[in-house]
Design a protein around this ligand. Structure first.
Ligand code: PMP
Length: 361
């Protein structure tokens, strides 16, 4: 293989070529440092600058006020499923969970181990094809927090705007759509996201947490599982994923150079439209999500049979379109088209889809 192919993988996923090239150039020796990013101490001045830049880039892109902390943790988004209830679900309270797909269910499973929960809405009956309307939410006004998943990566279901939760802290798993569009940050108490889709390599989890929430944390938590540890140590309590944070710094710089999240959002909408239009143009392809809940990041669709879906994925891979097989739990086809995924790749997929239908339709 001598050329880069189109990588539709759900994560780890495609990264901007310019970022990979810069990382490659500097891998053996960071300019002016004489050592690789892989070799330097997390306590060095150089790394201090790198993590500082990663944070300030994120602050600028997301327009984060000073009362939000930015943390770079490990354990994936999956560890946040546990840390959130351990820190913010007191024994005498209950937390609301809104379920729009597989990841929300996993988050709820962990919360149940920590305390009482209420399912404020679940779209499971309809096979997770949409987000609930505001009037379908059975919210508990006394809830410790409300948890939702802004984009369900497996089903390809995305919220177009946040649920209204009043004064209850809103907690969001934004693993697969963070940085894909601007966010009204003031609506959120905590946002978390694994880096491996829109920000960098696997092994770093971004957590953005509002300062007033920290006062709710009970005493006695294990040090590494207590958010205050990481706030106080500025993500350097233990050895962080230095390389991952360096790549996040480069990816966020790339985003700034592209014009920030408004510009990215416009591009993402345009890319997704090309693909959804192709799906809607023929009954041969059937989108999984309802039109108003369709994800801009993970486009999920079915073909007339599982056999054809298998054939589609195999032939697409042979044509240089990799990673299109849907998640094993739902089947079908999933095209993940994150920020770094080029428009030309979407156009190549649409051409392939037309040709595949012509031969097999
Ligand atoms: N939440 C969402 C929405 C995801 O897409 C994923 C991973 N695909 C996770 C959580 C779990 O992330 P991790 O593998 O980083 O634990």
């Amino acid at each position: 293989m001598s050329e880069r192919i189109h990588n539709f993988s759900a994560g780890p996923a495609v990264l901007p070529l310019a970022v990979l090239e810069e990382a490659q150039r500097d891998l053996v020796m960071l300019p002016g440092v004489g050592m690789s990013i892989l070799e330097i101490s997390h306590r060095s001045k150089t790394f201090d600058e790198i993590i500082g830049r990663a944070e300030s880039n994120l602050r600028e892109l997301l327009n984060l006020p000073d009362n939000y902390h930015v943390l770079f943790l490990q354990g994936g988004a999956s560890l946040q499923f546990s840390m959130i209830p351990m820190n913010f679900l007191p024994k005498d309270a209950s937390a609301d969970y809104i379920l729009t797909g597989s990841w929300g269910k996993k988050a709820l499973k962990e919360a149940k181990k920590a305390g009482a929960t209420n399912v404020a809405a679940t779209m499971a009956d309809g096979n997770f094809t949409r987000v609930p309307d505001q009037d379908e939410l059975k919210l508990d006004p006394e809830a410790a927090y409300v948890h939702f998943t802004s984009n369900e990566t497996i089903e390809g279901v995305e919220w177009k705007q946040e649920p209204e939760v009043g004064d209850v802290p809103l907690v969001c798993d934004a693993s697969s759509d963070i940085l894909s569009r601007p966010l009204p940050i003031e609506k959120y108490a905590l946002i978390y996201a694994g880096a491996q889709k829109n920000m960098g390599p696997s092994g770093v989890t971004l957590v953005i947490v509002r300062d007033d929430l920290l006062a709710r944390i009970p005493e006695g938590l294990h040090t590494m599982l207590d958010y205050r540890t990481h706030v106080e140590a500025k993500s350097l309590y233990n050895t962080p994923n230095t390389f991952g944070i360096y790549i996040i710094m480069l990816v966020t710089k790339w985003l700034q150079e592209k014009g920030g999240l408004e510009a990215m959002y416009a591009e993402n909408e345009a890319k997704a439209k090309i693909l959804y239009d192709a799906i809607d143009a023929t009954p041969f392809y059937r989108g999984h999500a309802d039109a108003d809940s369709r994800s801009l990041m993970n486009v999920t669709f079915r073909l007339p049979s599982e056999e054809l879906e298998k054939k589609f994925a195999v032939e697409a891979t042979a044509a240089g379109l990799d990673g299109l097989k849907g998640h094993r739990s739902v089947g079908g086809i999933r095209a993940s088209i994150y920020n770094a995924f080029p428009r030309a790749g979407v156009e190549a997929l649409v051409s392939f889809m037309k040709e595949f239908e012509r031969k097999n339709g």
